[in-house]
Design a protein around this ligand. Structure first.
Ligand code: ASP
Length: 371
């Protein structure tokens, strides 16, 4: 489907993957089933924007797999191979949107924007937030440059990195609890207030990692298993060891506080690392950085055991960083190289324009006004 408003000055490709923005009542609950064209038809087009739709998947994002995400990553790169495309909007369920956005961002080398959006209220409801989010996402995709992969939701523009789903039902579903949003969109303006921090992007993973979503049997390509294990009072190493026994090549320990667990878990981390498993330590606390403060099973001991702290990244995005590291390093990966790459992805953000960090504001509204 192709829709044009006013001569098609900016050509945006919408890639539809499902989620609440495409969900209809199924008799017992909601599930994604509306096409990308149907979703697009709910929203007005910003002036001067031409849109083409790619229906890639139609899933609730709690069912998203690495195979889906890698297929989407390749589709994004293939779409941007066309120099006539000015930007991409991806409609996606909100549940795992932060994971997909971060995987795309870690591999995004283009100045053209990739904008993820979705909805908290289902398709076709009078009070739905999908149409407004779609309009805003198109406007941002038609307006900004060199900001990496973005999340546009409820009038806010977020960097992929660090952004999490922080509301289960409310319209302002996303935030970075450790940083400010990047900007705002509304009233025909896109205002970008700061530059995102991004490590040097990774090359696309080898084609061998392009698995078929949902495939079993010969079509299924083994992707590295990466598990998240949460610590809590009474926590023991059982689940961490079970992850290793299940073949995990990477584990994110979602620790307490600034990155703390127990001496027994630190010993299990050392065993896992000695077996070549990449271990990253995040925290179940919503905001703030990990820090080496405590021994007795704390972050001091977990780091000594060979784990890496994840900065302000929370577990789901830390898991994506581990997965991306394993995909980049391939089967023959040397553990030291994997550790060095993961460290760069976890810690390596480079502030692109320091001037903007001092509170300067850059408005993209001039471009947006044209769109
Ligand atoms: N279950 C939905 C999903 O696909 C939730 C949403 O999109 O808001 O993630």
């Amino acid at each position: 489907m192709k829709r044009t408003n006013d001569g098609g000055a900016r050509r945006i490709v919408v890639i539809s993957t499902g989620g609440t923005i495409a969900s209809r009542w199924q008799g017992t609950g909601y599930a994604a089933d509306a096409s990308g064209s149907d979703v697009l038809a709910t929203a007005p087009l910003p002036e001067g924007v031409t849109v083409e739709v790619v229906d890639l998947f139609n899933v609730n994002s709690s069912r998203m797999t690495a195979a889906h995400q890698l297929t989407l990553l390749r589709t994004v790169h293939e779409t941007l191979a066309d120099p006539g495309v000015d930007g991409i909007v991806i409609t996606h369920g909100t549940d795992t949107l932060e994971e997909t956005a971060f995987l795309l961002d870690l591999h995004h080398t283009d100045v053209r924007p990739v904008v993820l959006t979705g909805a908290q209220r289902p398709f076709g409801t009078g009070d739905g937030d999908g149409p407004g989010n779609m309009y805003d996402a198109l406007q941002v995709a038609a307006s900004v440059s060199d900001l990496g992969v973005l999340v546009v939701f409820d009038g806010r523009v977020h960097a992929a990195r660090g952004t999490v789903k922080s509301q289960t039902l409310a319209a302002d579903a996303f935030s970075d609890p450790s940083a400010e949003r990047l900007g705002r969109v509304g009233f025909s303006r896109v205002d970008i207030e700061r530059q995102p921090e991004r490590p040097t992007p990774l090359p696309l993973p080898a084609a061998a990692h392009t698995a078929v979503p949902g495939a079993i049997g010969p079509d299924a390509v083994a992707l590295p298993r990466v598990d998240i294990v949460t610590h809590h009072s009474d926590g023991d190493p059982f689940l961490l060891n079970a992850a290793v026994a299940a073949g995990a090549r990477g584990i994110v320990l979602e620790a307490t506080g600034a990155g703390n667990a127990t001496p027994e878990i630190a010993a299990a981390v050392a065993d896992a690392v000695n077996q070549g498993v990449l271990v990253a330590v995040s925290t179940r606390v919503p905001a703030g950085p990990l820090a080496e403060i405590y021994t007795g099973g704390g972050a001091v001991d977990l780091v000594a055991a060979g784990a890496l702290l994840t900065g302000t990244l929370r577990a789901a995005q830390a898991r994506i960083a581990v997965l991306a590291t394993l995909l980049a390093e391939g089967g023959a990966g040397d553990p030291a190289r994997g550790t060095a790459l993961l460290r760069r992805l976890l810690e390596g953000p480079v502030r692109v324009e320091p001037a903007l960090a001092t509170g300067g504001s850059r408005s993209a509204s001039a471009v947006a006004a044209r769109a």
